[in-house]
Design a protein around this ligand. Sequence first.
Ligand code: URA
Length: 321
Amino acid sequence: MEPVADTDELLRMLAWQIDAGADSVLADMPIDWLADGLKAPGAGFVWPNQTGAQQARGATETSTAVSAPSGASPPASRPTANTVATSAPARVTARAPTAAASTAATTAASTGATSPRFTAIAPDQAVLAARQSARAAPDIAALTRAISNFTGCALKATAKSTCVYRGAPKARIMIIGEAPGRDEDIEGRPFVGRAGQLLDRMLAAIDLQEADVHITNVVYWRPPGNRTPTSEETLACRPFLERQVELVEPDAILLLGGAAAKSVLEIDDGIMRLRGKWREARFGERKIRAMATLHPAYLLRTPAAKRQVWRDLLQLKAIIL
Ligand code: URA
């Protein structure tokens, strides 16, 4: 890279990055994901409409290990009792999907060994590995550790922290959102940014405090640029979410926003059609009533929609009285 002339030039370059939408620093040095032999996080992903031959080619193309430069800075996260920061530098290990690879994603969970952040294995093997690891967790603390050690979800490669939950380990109401954002990634806890503060005010309006609920997301790591998680990413996390529901034992679940609602209810309708109705959500063997409502981040942009959410919250309040 060309040496940078002065501070003004550095500031202009930084402003340009911010204008282009960059909102977080992932490593000290850029990584050229397009360089020969390297695979970006998510390599190994199989698009649903790929042919068998294309899928096989995708699988055999992943065979290199990538390490960020050793000078990469540590994460700025603050681990808490229910979260564990993922360790920098980012390391992505891409492998062809083999039986051995499917267990690699859980090895650290069982051995305590230092794990890579992401092991690129076939999506079905990531789900198998997650299921195995989730089932072995006897309580929420063990599940939190298992999730933190899981390397089968591509989102982990770029996130600073693993955000598992905030609130009570067991609760009558479980709240499930879409994915951690920037503030959550820094702090290592779900819903701590502006949307989370609004969520807390919404709950307070129906006399619920943080200690009365269990708040989580359908994925445990921040998607780069806050994009919506892919179905592959939510599926890799799903066995953990199922175990989490089993351990929390909620009476009812509130789903925040279209992405969480679609993923949990497995219905493709838009959030405006889905919201405000109790439905049955399946988590493994368990069936729990769940209602979708609008996401607090949407309410921050569209305050007029708070009226609809208030009606949904009253329905939630009615079942916990
Ligand atoms: N939005 C979400 O869906 N989840 C969070 O944790 C924060 C913002």
